[in-house]
Design a protein around this ligand. Sequence first.
Ligand SMILES: Cc1cc2nc3c(=O)[nH]c(=O)nc-3n(C[C@H](O)[C@H](O)[C@H](O)COP(=O)(O)OP(=O)(O)OC[C@H]3O[C@@H](n4cnc5c(N)ncnc54)[C@H](O)[C@@H]3O)c2cc1C
Length: 484
Amino acid sequence: MARTPKSVVIIGGGISGLSTAFALLEQAAAVDVPVTCTILDAVPVWGGKIVTHRVGRLVMEAGPDSFLSQKPWAMELCRRLGMADQLIDTNPVEKKASVLWGGQLHELPEGLVTFTPTQLGSFFRGGLLSWVDLARMGCDVVIPPRRSTDDESLAAFFRRRFGRHACDRVMEPLMAGIYAGDAEQMSLRATFPRFYELEQAHGSIIRGMMAARRARGRQDSSRRPPHTMFVTLRNGLGDLVTALTSHIQKAGGILKPGVQVEALRVRSHQAGRWMYDVICTDGSALSAEALVLATPAYVSAELVRPLTPQAAGLMDMIPYASTATVSLVYPADAVGNRVQGFGFLVPRIEGRDLIAATWTSRKWPHRAPSEEVSVRCYLGGVGREKILQRDDEALAHCVREELASIVGLQATPHYVEVNRWHRAMPQYTIGHLDRLARLEAALSRFGGLAITGAGYRGVGIPDCIRDGTEAATRTLRYLQTAMA
Ligand SMILES: Cc1cc2nc3c(=O)[nH]c(=O)nc-3n(C[C@H](O)[C@H](O)[C@H](O)COP(=O)(O)OP(=O)(O)OC[C@H]3O[C@@H](n4cnc5c(N)ncnc54)[C@H](O)[C@@H]3O)c2cc1C
């Protein structure tokens, strides 16, 4: 006798929701559990923050433009989707990045971009810090580890271990570049748990890094990493979304774009079996035995509020920062040799409008034809969001003035694209992990209700894929046990 498929609804078709659907369909097929998996998204296009624009021969990323290769989940997903041959590395010859300090660009030591703990030597190169500052950084080996188990801000941690100048000139701009956040408010444990672990295990970050390097050297000193630190897809990350939606459909998933969910209700719960109603703004409704909320935390908060005000209140405590990216394209001969490396970061204490700029066509040479140079500039972020009140023209003007003053680039771009990201970057502020544990506890009494997405356990694409896959595993386990 044919078994009735279990109904699962995933709300939100960004990378987290799509990864959940992909993994759920794959895992359910592997254990022969029939599921009807429906994915809803409020807007007509899939991918959420992943938005690739192709303009002639230009590949423009409006949102994320690459992902970390060291976190394996995005690489693995690309391989499973048959896209391994489309993964590309950053330009091997142009890989310098700089920091603006005192109005001048200073080269950033290699390896610092992601605080790769094994690249210790890089801390001691570059002219950004004086010998006194470097000596202060070295004090990390003798400063005792913090005894308190309370969470700490990233800024407090870096100041304590490496000194104020290293924090202000190196760590803070890197943090702001990744999270659009304020290092004074961000949680060390939720954003860079590795540093907390190194301090606890080795009493010093430097000693911990050296130990990690020795261990890696022992494993295989001759092996080079197969990819650069960041990778992307040749024709843009939008291809990952296209491949995912196509695989989901082939596996029987039902994709419903342009359907906004406005409310959730518990229809029944008896003997551990839950049934939910998903109410949409177009008047339609779906019933589901399991639900995955892959929406931003502030959207999920409104959806779960009638079910559990406590969980909603905890979701409300995850702030989101707004940013804008301004991409400009210039004729290469008008730019000349003014631009070097992959780009530059601007520390908060420089008091500029710009957070960072990436020379996209140098970092990813295939993104623009050789006779053009493209740059992507970042504005906004925590404490600097006021600038987003300006219109697109004013933002583009502001960025052009910044580029003229920082790198002397006066030329007129022949293409300009402004993308605004309202409440787009979740901020893992101090205490985030404790609040997350309480949130999970509050939701745990609702069978088959899972949350995933950038708001909780990692903002980068690889972490969203890992978290979505884990949400799928939990959902399937629930369907196999509670609903058996
Ligand atoms: C400008 C920018 C640059 C970034 N750069 C990088 C980078 O280079 N590398 C990297 O790894 N990460 C980067 N990130 C972070 C990363 O892109 C995001 O954290 C990630 O894509 C978020 O995915 P998500 O699926 O969790 O959320 P989202 O992409 O926000 O998806 C949530 C989905 O839910 C839908 N939705 C909302 N409300 C409803 C509703 N009521 N009903 C139905 N659907 C709803 C939305 O339409 C959306 O599609 C960047 C982010 C931004 C904003």
